[in-house]
Design a protein around this ligand. Structure first.
Ligand code: ADP
Length: 160
């Protein structure tokens, strides 16, 4: 089975993430969204909340995919890949500014475990989007509809 991982914090999932996940789901038999547990990072949503928001967003997507699963991940991503029999990591690239760090990570992960990283270009509609920007805008009352799944919009409004 060709299995890929889409890793990230997803605090919360945006339409940019969702676009990459759905496109990856067409290329692989199974896509595992690996939601990172980082105890040193303060997040708006707990790991369980972030996972549930992703599940609901995938389910509500017009082309709902049945081959997307959501798991939590802590420690090294390559250990997660080994444990889940994942040979490829799929990452979205928004701009050149993402590239240096992503290239370094990809090379390190390949060196550590032979895992390949595939870069998917962001949908231009979402190139400026990040979870932190969405939270900042929503915190000050800005309208983020169309930038995050509806279920996220609802939870952002409640939380902020
Ligand atoms: P991190 O916590 O590593 O910053 P995120 O949860 O923000 O990760 O995002 C996970 C991955 O999703 C990023 O590494 C990036 O490749 C991709 N991504 C984030 N936002 C977008 C977007 N708007 N378009 C395409 N890919 C994105």
């Amino acid at each position: 089975m060709r299995r890929a991982a889409c890793p990230g914090s997803f605090d919360p999932i945006t339409n940019g993430h969702l676009d990459i996940i759905m496109r990856a789901s067409k290329l692989f038999d199974e896509v595992i969204v690996a939601v990172s547990i980082n105890k040193t990072k303060t997040t708006l949503f707990t790991v369980d909340e972030r996972m549930e928001l992703i599940r609901e967003a995938v389910r509500d997507h017009p082309q709902a995919a049945t081959n997307v699963v959501v798991e939590s991940s802590h420690g090294l991503l390559v250990d997660f890949c080994r444990a889940h029999d994942v040979a490829s990591i799929v990452k979205g690239l928004r701009a050149v500014s993402d590239f240096d760090y992503e290239l370094q990570m990809a090379q390190m992960n390949n060196r550590l475990a032979g895992v390949e990283t595939l870069f998917m270009s962001t949908n231009p509609q979402y190139a400026f989007l990040s979870s932190s920007l969405v939270k900042d805008v929503a915190r000050y009352g800005g309208d983020v509809s169309g930038l995050v799944p509806d279920i996220v919009l609802k939870h952002l409004r409640e939380r902020l």
